[in-house]
Design a binder for this molecule. Structure first.
Ligand code: B1M
Length: 210
């Protein structure tokens, strides 16, 4: 019987070395690689997301856990055919045009990946046309936009308008977040959802695709 509980705990503790050792041990013992991800790695990160939302874990700890989890995934990945890699959906994420802040966005990416989403990270200062192009190219189900500046947050609306012009608005859900963004603002610009933090963003994406 694989020791998934210990692996969960190592993720929560952000212990990169322990995650690598436990994951490698399971691989050596021929544990099913998809189970290592679904039962060993993802649930640990789920606990991290819940604690982060509740304010009992902080940004540096979340980053350590995410890094430990990525190390585990990297060990398991070569053993899984691409088509068997668990994926909850594809999300294109970026910080909007005119805005260079990316710490929050990167946390959102980590939580999404930890929840099984394939994340296409476009980076910062992303023009509406670039979001549209990425949705087409990657057949994404969700766009996630992050904004930290009140001066440029309206570029989120510009992206939604660009999706409409391209006839893509019905095919893709749009979620928004970032310090100056609110649920009311999200509704005003016609987004499908708002998340105040990275853990909630992952939950929201799961709900939108359920
Ligand atoms: Co900037 N900056 N900054 N800055 N900066 C703020 C945002 C500011 C509030 C500081 C202040 O004046 N008090 C202010 C904005 C004021 C406003 O618009 N109302 C500001 C300013 C003015 C500026 C410059 C204009 C400064 C200047 O040059 N005069 C300039 C702008 C450059 C540009 O973007 N064009 C600038 C530059 C920078 C640095 C480059 C120095 C650096 C960014 C480094 C980087 O990101 N790589 C920086 C930083 C670090 C900050 C502060 C200090 C911290 C931001 C941060 O990373 N927070 C910030 C002040 C503050 O917040 N105390 C400030 C931590 C992060 C984890 O939180 O991003 O909110 P946050 O993400 C959260 C949630 O919001 C949510 O989840 C995350 C965690 O759970 N979330 C999402 C975020 N995105 C989401 C997307 C989602 C869902 C949830 O769905 C897709």
């Amino acid at each position: 019987m694989a020791d998934f509980v210990n692996l969960n705990e190592a993720i929560i503790q952000g212990s990169l070395q322990k995650v690598k050792e436990l994951t490698q041990g399971m691989i050596d013992n021929k544990v099913d690689p998809v189970s290592i991800i679904n039962e060993g790695l993802i649930p640990g990160m789920g606990v991290v997301g819940t604690r982060f939302k509740a304010g009992s874990m902080y940004v540096p700890e979340v980053m350590m856990s995410a890094r430990a989890m990525s190390a585990g995934i990297e060990l398991v990945k070569p053993l899984i055919a691409d088509s068997d890699m668990p994926t909850a959906g594809t999300v294109v994420v970026g910080t909007i045009q005119g805005d260079l802040h990316d710490i929050g966005k990167n946390l959102v990416n980590m939580m999404l990946e930890s929840s099984g989403f394939k994340v296409i990270d476009l980076g910062v200062d992303i023009k509406p046309e670039a979001f549209v192009k990425a949705v087409k190219e990657h057949k994404a189900q969700i766009i996630g936009m992050s904004a930290l500046l009140t001066t440029t947050m309206l570029n989120m609306k510009a992206t939604i308008e660009a999706l409409k012009v391209e006839g893509l608005r019905e095919q893709v859900k749009v979620i928004v977040g970032g310090a100056p963004v609110s649920k009311e603002f999200a509704e005003q610009i016609g987004a499908d959802g708002y998340a105040p933090d990275a853990g909630t963003a992952a939950d929201l994406c799961k709900r939108l695709l359920a």
